[in-house]
Design a protein around this ligand. Structure first.
Ligand SMILES: NC(=O)C1=CN([C@@H]2O[C@H](COP(=O)(O)OP(=O)(O)OC[C@H]3O[C@@H](n4cnc5c(N)ncnc54)[C@H](O)[C@@H]3O)[C@@H](O)[C@H]2O)C=CC1
Ligand SMILES: O=C(O)[C@@H]1CCC=N1
Length: 292
């Protein structure tokens, strides 16, 4: 893996961005672009299938451009210099089919769709285009996202840098080879949900032990925030920090022994592997269903 440490340097003033799909990932990224000053809101358009209220909401929050009617949707798609594919995998075939005949030479396509390969995107659109496949996560919403990117052969160096700049506006970025995107999906794409799941369990445990729901919630949040920040700020390995919490024959050791007896580590590893495998399956299903 090659780390990308480049931070956003200059605003992009000469490009039009279009978000095709207006859900949580689209909002996370467009918010970063606008609020970090990477582009003016007037350079960013967003379209979805049918929920006009959702588009109005995005317009009022960030000032981004929304369509006045169906003709605008096609115009935004056709005129975009950078087109973000932000629909669910199940909607990709229909949505990408609409781009055939609309997409223009050299238009940069940036996909966040889990499982969908650059090759399948190119085939569904029906022409050779520069395509960036990414796997961000929902923490992009608050600028703490983790995004992996890979590029097909048509993406120029300037377009690679531009893509990195965009995702740097909402967190950290890493460039990987395309097969690794599925692994990233298993780790950091789905990862926030694993941590939320652990938090749900911790909160429940606190309540079971007699704490109020409010106290249990606050203590859980601060514990997770503090632990992640400790790893980040001290640079120490989690295993080292864990040992510092664990006194011999003390309370932490007693808890970890319970986790070990229930295969905590191997359960997490299996879960991440299954998520990555599911991403591959989803890609293969899409490939199969769209070539029949
Ligand atoms: N939610 C997450 O944690 C992550 C999601 N992803 C990927 O991001 C993509 C989007 O996910 P979410 O934002 O969570 O989904 P979402 O369900 O919140 O949003 C999907 C959007 O696509 C639009 N859409 C669907 N079909 C369309 C069509 N034919 N034309 C125009 N718009 C259409 C919908 O109207 C909706 O606005 C998915 O492919 C997912 O794999 C990637 C990383 C993390
Ligand atoms: O669950 C999913 O399929 C998407 C991809 C990564 C996170 N959420």
């Amino acid at each position: 893996m090659k780390e990308q440490l480049t931070k956003v340097t200059a605003p992009i003033r000469d490009k039009r961005f279009c978000f095709y799909g207006a859900g949580s990932m689209a909002e996370a990224i467009l918010r970063g672009i606008v609020e970090q000053g990477l582009a003016e809101a007037g350079q960013v358009s967003v379209i979805n299938r049918s929920d006009d209220q959702r588009l109005a909401e995005l317009n009022s929050r960030y000032g981004v451009v929304i369509p006045a009617g169906p003709a605008d949707k096609d115009r935004f798609l056709a005129e975009a210099d950078i087109l973000f594919l932000c629909m669910k995998p199940k909607d990709a075939e229909e949505a990408l089919g609409r781009l055939t005949g609309l997409s223009k030479e050299g238009q940069l396509v940036v996909s966040v769709i889990a499982g969908l390969s650059t090759e399948t995107i190119e085939r569904l659109i029906g022409r050779a285009l520069p395509i960036v496949r990414t796997m961000p996560n929902t923490s992009s919403t608050i600028g703490l996202g983790a995004t992996a990117l890979c590029f097909n052969g048509q993406v120029s160096e300037a377009q690679q840098q531009l893509s990195v700049d965009i995702f740097q506006a909402v967190g950290i970025t890493t460039i990987v080879e395309e097969p690794m995107i599925d692994s990233v999906t298993g780790l950091s794409g789905s990862g926030p949900a694993y941590i939320y799941y652990v938090m749900e369990a911790l909160m429940q445990a606190g309540i079971d032990l007699g704490l109020s729901p409010e106290s249990s919630r606050e203590l859980t949040i601060q514990t997770v925030l503090g632990a992640a920040s400790m790893v980040h700020q001290t640079g120490e390995e989690p295993s080292v920090l864990r040992r510092k919490v664990s006194s011999p024959n003390g309370t932490t050791q007693a808890a970890i022994e319970v986790m070990d007896r229930h295969d905590f580590t191997s359960t997490i590893i299996k879960a991440v592997r299954r998520s990555a495998e599911r991403a591959r399956e989803m890609g293969a299903e899409l490939e199969r269903s769209t070539t029949q």
